[in-house]
Write a protein that binds this ligand. Structure first.
Ligand SMILES: NC(=O)c1ccc[n+]([C@@H]2O[C@H](COP(=O)([O-])OP(=O)(O)OC[C@H]3O[C@@H](n4cnc5c(N)ncnc54)[C@H](O)[C@@H]3O)[C@@H](O)[C@H]2O)c1
Length: 271
């Protein structure tokens, strides 16, 4: 997608953190933002921030774990605004801790939001992107989708799944000759949004800021990049994992502090 001016961009999980920052950033590019979130009342802040700089924002409460709600919201958006041009699947949750210490319902919710919600949103809105003259799908995965994460097994695996899904859809769209629809998979390490507060960032992996990351994601959309991997060390992960013997890779990941990074995870502390 070469230009975001006038494009209708739907962002899930836009009430705070990366989603909020991305909505504000894309509005500055001239996009009209459809900000959605489970926490509908918190979306006002996102909308206000966009409108205060002359941008255009609409808000819809939406729980991505509810397929019926997704369908109903799509109908409302079509009636109110028309088809969307860009879908940003950003909503996500994490419940850190040793696998058996975290209640099963939290593990299952992790997949419901991070993986199944993302698939359901894509199923509902991909026809919009195909129908427009240019469309783009952004899936927010994680660097933890590229390796194993101690004290984050279901979070990491929900993101492994997102990467596999996102890349497959990208190839499928190319195969089906829809070159006007781009797909970008985003794999950041830890970001200072509060979702991972308490973590110890691994060596050479400084805490990312949402403001810095949204610049990279915006460039990813405008440059039709298949992947956005941040910070730079994350770009080397797939190569290292592919070339090194498994035990050697794990040893290095341990020495870099990946394995112990989640030990003191607290998160937002609001769920
Ligand atoms: N923060 C990090 O370190 C980090 C690192 C890599 C990837 N990510 C990913 O980036 C994305 C954004 O994370 P963040 O750090 O901004 O988190 P955040 O917790 O600050 O924001 C997540 C948003 O998603 C919303 N949400 C949660 N469940 C939802 C549901 N069922 N339906 C709709 N909305 C829902 C929340 O209300 C919240 O507004 C997530 O997918 C996350 O996994 C985050």
């Amino acid at each position: 997608m070469k230009d975001l001016r006038g494009k209708l961009v739907l962002v899930t999980g836009a009430a705070r953190g990366l989603g909020k920052n991305l909505a504000i950033r894309l509005a500055k590019e001239g996009a009209r933002i459809v900000a959605t979130d489970l926490r509908e009342s918190d979306l006002n802040e996102t909308a206000q921030a966009i409108r205060s700089t002359g941008g255009v924002a609409f808000t819809y409460g939406l729980d991505v774990t509810e397929p019926a709600a997704i369908e109903a919201t799509r109908t409302r958006i079509h009636d109110d605004l028309g088809r969307i041009d860009v879908l940003v699947n950003n909503a996500g949750v994490v419940f850190g801790g040793p696998f058996l210490d975290v209640p099963l319902e939290k593990h299952l919710l992790t997949y419901k939001v991070n993986t199944l919600g993302l698939v359901a949103m894509t199923h509902a809105f991909l026809p919009d992107l195909i129908a427009r003259s240019e469309g783009h799908l952004v899936n927010i995965a994680s660097a933890s989708g590229l390796l194993g994460l101690v004290n984050g097994a279901t979070y990491a695996s929900s993101k492994w799944s997102v990467i596999g899904f996102s890349d497959s859809i990208r190839l499928e769209l190319e195969e089906q000759r829809y070159p006007h629809v781009g797909v970008t998979t985003v794999c950041p390490s830890y970001i200072s949004t509060g979702m991972f507060s308490g973590v110890k960032t691994p060596f050479l992996t400084p805490m990312l800021t949402p403001e810095g990351l949204v610049d990279k994601i915006t460039k990813g959309i405008l440059g039709n990049k298949p992947m956005v991997l941040e910070p730079p060390l994350v770009k080397a992960l797939p190569v290292m994992k592919g070339l090194l013997p498994a035990r050697m890779f794990e040893y290095l990941a341990d020495r870099f502090g990946v394995s112990s990074s989640m030990k003191q995870w607290r998160g937002h502390g609001d769920r």
